[in-house]
Design a protein around this ligand. Structure first.
Ligand code: ADP
Ligand code: MG
Length: 383
């Protein structure tokens, strides 16, 4: 029984498949051999810094750009020769691109007018959309008489009114201030849940990607370098670039001693079992700041190191209070800077210059064998 269920899940055809998709401008690869499956009803986000190829990929899906090579399939059928308006895809851009001389109602009705629906049917669908985006009271206004957030809701209603199966959104909230952006993020999440539509969303804002998406595709230099839920990408980044791009990370360089042990600044450490490691191989360890704990030396003496944990010696360089927890910058004897969480014993906060023991659980640290120096630099995705 369970084997049957598993098989049917594996053979479920994706709604959208990108196969070895490329877009070259001269000899520059804006999109570099991307393959990706998108399931029906999914909220998937392309996240990456400016210039990483997100909009170009989305434009090829919408039909505004032609791939240099590769395939785009919807329901297993090629889209490459289908013009944009026949793709059953709605699109919302960062700039509202509403028609300034048309009312809210006529803006929303526009895609139906060009599809030649009857006036009665048109009115019914537009009314439903006005209600959906809560603009019924503004139907007769012009775009210039609306706030930025309201204009963007009109753009969303206009993209949804002809009931496309797929909605593409390219930084749709990018021009709005933070509070409004967060409100619209909540609205979008609810809209997605209610309509069950497939959404492919582009943003360079990792918090937005985390809030909205079921899965995130991380773009760098025209490639997808990480794909998964925000939780998985954060907890277990597939490579050092994703680790440094999403959230904060500490990187330690060490030498493997076996496939589960290493030395760091002359001290032995245990590491996650990593097959194929050779003795003396250079390896990179990544620990999130909230998973690395600093203890004062007397505190550490009272709390023996638990099995499956590691400890290195360091000195506090700076202490920050962030509400419930204390965050510390420390530097190890060998000069590696780390950001860690301070486990302050009652009444004894750490201070600059204190010697500390930094501890983390072996299971919480990721191990990478291949990386570039650029991967460790948060800004490296941009060019
Ligand atoms: P993103 O949306 O991730 O910021 P884009 O997909 O817009 O990135 O662009 C990817 C890269 O392709 C950028 O380096 C951009 O300059 C380049 N690019 C995009 N469109 C063109 C074009 N029409 N001609 C030349 N280069 C382009
Ligand atoms: Mg873009």
């Amino acid at each position: 029984m369970s084997a049957v269920i598993q098989e049917s899940a594996q053979t479920r055809q994706p709604l959208v498949s990108l196969h070895n998709l490329n877009k070259h401008y001269g000899d520059f690869a804006a999109v570099d051999n991307i393959s990706l499956d998108i399931q029906e009803g999914e909220f998937l986000t392309f996240l990456g810094s400016s210039g990483s190829g997100k909009s170009t990929t989305l434009s090829m899906l919408a039909g505004f750009e032609t791939p240099s090579s590769g395939e785009i399939l919807v329901d297993g059928k090629s889209l490459v020769n289908v013009p944009p308006h026949k793709r059953d895809i709605g699109m919302v851009f960062q700039r509202y691109s509403l028609f300034p001389h048309l009312s809210v109602r006529d803006n929303i009705a526009f895609p139906l007018a060009i599809r030649k629906l009857s006036a009665a049917e048109r009115d019914k669908k537009v009314d439903a959309m006005l209600k959906l985006v809560q603009l019924d009271k503004f139907a007769h206004r012009r775009p210039s008489q609306l706030s930025g957030g309201q204009q963007q809701r009109v753009a969303i209603a206009r993209a949804l009114v002809y009931e496309p199966r797929i909605l593409l959104m390219d930084e749709p909230l990018g021009a709005l201030d933070k509070k409004l952006r967060e409100d619209l993020q909540d609205e979008l999440r609810q809209l997605h849940r209610r309509l069950g539509i497939t959404i492919v969303y582009v943003t360079h804002d990792q918090e937005e990607a985390m809030r909205l998406s079921q899965r995130i595709a991380i773009f760098s230099h025209g490639k997808i370098v990480g794909l998964g839920s925000g939780y998985d990408l954060y907890q277990n980044p597939p490579n050092a670039f994703v680790a440094s791009f999403l959230g904060n990370s500490n990187f330690l360089r060490f030498k493997a001693q076996s496939n589960a042990a290493a030395t760091f600044e002359g001290q032995p450490l245990s590491i996650r079992l990593t097959s194929g490691l050779k003795v003396d191989q250079d390896v990179l360890l990544m620990v999130r700041p909230e998973k690395a704990l600093a203890l004062s030396v007397p505190q550490a003496a009272q709390e023996p190191l638990a099995a499956g944990w590691n400890e290195v010696t360091a000195t506090v360089t700076e202490v920050l209070f962030l509400g419930e927890s204390q965050t510390c910058s420390v530097i190890t004897a060998g000069g590696t800077a780390m950001t860690v969480k301070a486990l302050s014993a009652a009444g004894m906060p750490l201070k600059q210059g204190d010697p500390v023991k930094v501890r983390w659980a072996t299971a919480d640290a990721c191990v990478y064998t291949e990386w570039t120096e650029g991967d460790l630099n948060k800004a490296a995705g941009a060019h």
